[in-house]
Design a protein around this ligand. Structure first.
Ligand code: HEC
Length: 440
């Protein structure tokens, strides 16, 4: 479910708030949108004060390492790459275009709560929510351009942000030009209980909530669908399909969701808050809780730990190129000494299907360089200006951070898959004995 969402949808809306606790200044508020899972771009009309954001400027904060010479690397507050915004890991922050643009790179999976992190004098608060938008063929999720619709219910805001970003401009013109089909997708989260919602649009639409379809009705030159929803308090999948039509829509007509106004209010309805719309890849629960592991294909007990040690350090298995046990071995992946006492079937699963649960301290990235080259691997900062990319063969590529065009989190582990099959049953049993049992 989760990976399906990650694969299928690439865009949403977030707000990024840089609140600088300095009396003379007001907090800086950035609104940003996502251009893909884990990729967020914030725009700011006034240039950000580079001095305040100095720890961020032009720096990639990678896998727990703060670039040398920027700040005390032993200060845990500064290790943004190791810190999390709630369940979401921020791995890079970059300020571009003279302070007008902030790029945030996070885990591909974001958690929907608002999170805060203080680094030096700057507090970073991020809320991830919104709807993704796709223009073009609506039934083929991987076809055609996909983009974000920021401030879904705010026509003016969309126009403002469309000025910053050509892709948003495309969404805006697709909205105004009804000859273009549009699909909006996201997750709706309402408090437990019964809700009455009205969806309004300048264009005819079909609504799909948790798989149930409702068509829109025309009234007063607009289209609407009113429905009663019983919410369990968890997320409901929401799809809004706006097929192509020849009918023009008015410039002022936009998409809106309303609920009945509170008692005592003069208005009859109020707009549903943006916070009720979650990014498509927001997890329903903590990511750990959603994954089940397959039972191992054979009995994992009864191996020989001494032989297992040989397997671990062998050329065939290559484990020690990347992992250490008792201080001996590579540092590309986590130290495996801590696996003693661990559940064998879980360790087997890690070896057999590494991308299923990627260790949060070792996210992998696809790194696009300015020359067009793309590399995949664990990314580490050597110093303020240089990065190392370690690939699945444990080969190290050194690049200057100035040459990095884009850093994109990947859902594949750097650890090669299929090692369990290559090693075979007896060697795997020995290896598991070595990894999970403390030698006498
Ligand atoms: C090219 C480097 C590389 C090789 C070779 C490699 N691994 Fe890994 N391994 C990693 C990385 C990076 C991670 C962390 C990311 C992840 O969880 O997939 C990892 C994760 C793991 C984990 C999960 C640890 C945890 O705490 O979540 C286990 C267990 C593991 N490797 C065992 C092995 C064994 C056994 C071998 C040899 C048969 C091996 N690895 C070969 C890079 C490698």
């Amino acid at each position: 479910m989760l990976s399906h969402r990650i694969r299928t949808f690439i865009a949403a809306v977030i707000y990024v708030v840089f609140a600088i606790p300095c009396q003379a200044k007001d907090p800086i508020t950035l609104m940003a949108h996502s251009t893909g899972p884990g990729q967020w771009v914030g725009h700011y009309a006034e240039p950000l004060n580079e001095q305040d954001l100095k720890p961020f400027v032009g720096q990639y904060l990678l896998t727990g390492q703060w670039p040398k010479g920027v700040n005390r690397p032993d200060d845990p507050k500064l290790l943004l790459g190791r810190q999390k915004l709630g369940a979401t890991r921020v791995v890079a922050v970059k300020v571009e275009e003279g302070g007008h643009l902030v790029r945030l790179t996070t885990d591909p999976v974001v958690s929907p709560e608002v999170h805060q992190l203080t680094i030096g004098d700057v507090t970073l608060a991020v809320a991830f929510w919104g709807l993704s938008v796709k223009i073009g063929v609506v039934d083929q999720p991987d076809h055609g351009p996909k983009m974000v619709l920021p401030m879904l219910m705010d026509r003016k805001k969309l126009a403002e942000y469309a000025g910053f970003e050509p892709a948003l401009k495309a969404v805006e013109s697709a909205w105004i030009d009804p000859k273009q089909p549009l699909m909006m997708h996201g997750w709706l989260r309402l408090a437990e209980g019964e809700h009455e919602l009205t969806f309004l649009s300048g264009r005819e639409f079909t609504l799909e909530i948790n798989g149930e379809k409702t068509g829109s009705k025309a009234a007063g030159g607009r289209y609407f669908a009113s429905l009663k929803l019983e919410s369990a308090g968890t997320e409901m999948e929401l799809k809004v399909v706006l097929p192509a039509t020849e009918l023009p829509i008015s410039e002022t007509d936009f998409w809106e969701v309303t609920k009945p106004a509170r008692k005592g209010s003069a208005a009859s309805s109020q707009v549903l808050s943006m916070e009720n719309f979650l990014v498509p890849w927001a997890p329903e629960a903590a990511p750990e809780a959603t994954l089940a592991i397959a039972p191992p294909p054979y009995d994992l007990t009864g191996g020989d730990g001494v032989k297992g040690r040989q397997v671990f350090y062998s050329e065939a298995a290559k484990c020690a190129n990347c992992h250490a046990v008792d201080g001996q071995g590579g540092k590309i992946g986590p130290d495996l000494t801590g696996l003693r006492g661990a559940d064998r079937s879980l360790v087997f699963h890690h070896i057999n299907a590494p991308s299923d649960r990627i260790h949060p301290g070792y996210p992998s990235f696809s790194v696009a360089l300015k020359g067009g080259q793309v590399s995949m691997g664990v990314v580490r900062s050597v110093d303020a200006l240089n990065l190392e990319i370690v690939d699945t063969d444990a080969k190290v590529l050194k690049v200057s951070s100035a040459d990095v065009e884009e850093l994109r989190p990947s859902t594949s582990s750097v650890m090669p898959s299929g090692l369990a099959g290559t090693l075979g049953e007896p060697a795997m049993r020995d290896l598991l004995e070595f990894l999970t049992v403390k030698p006498k």
